[in-house]
Design a protein. Structure first.
Length: 124
């Protein structure tokens, strides 16, 4: 990189990285963007914000348990929805935010049982 800079001092380091890491043909990439299939995001920014709020509210231990409950409930409901949909619709999305809320309330509801379980099995 430094040899490149000394050979071409009029090229800044930003231009070097932009050239190496950027798209080779920007116009071609913009044209192909419409034809390519969109990559789905499993957890969006709203889910991330909700997870941060849940973690701050419940603390580390109960936040992790709330996410565990959310993933368990979400997977069960997701499998049920997939079985009911069958082959009718190949691709569908189930929002994760409601499952985070369910996990949050389950972690609050079973707060004392979670504490007893952790103290009994992890802190001898």
């Amino acid at each position: 990189m430094f040899g490149y800079y000394f050979l071409f001092p009029f090229v800044t380091i930003w231009d070097f990285f932009k050239e190496k890491l950027g798209p080779k043909n920007p116009q071609k990439n913009l044209e192909n963007l419409e034809d390519e299939e969109e990559i789905p995001f499993w957890v969006g920014p709203g889910d991330l914000f909700l997870a941060i709020i849940i973690g701050w509210t419940l603390g580390v231990l109960h936040g992790i348990v709330a996410f565990f409950f959310a993933y368990c409930v979400g997977s069960v409901i997701g499998v049920i929805v997939m079985m009911l949909a069958g082959k009718q619709k190949e691709r569908f999305e189930v929002p994760f935010g409601p499952f985070l809320g369910i996990g949050f309330f389950l972690a609050i509801l079973f707060h004392s049982q979670i504490n007893n379980f952790v103290n009994m099995y992890f802190f001898f």
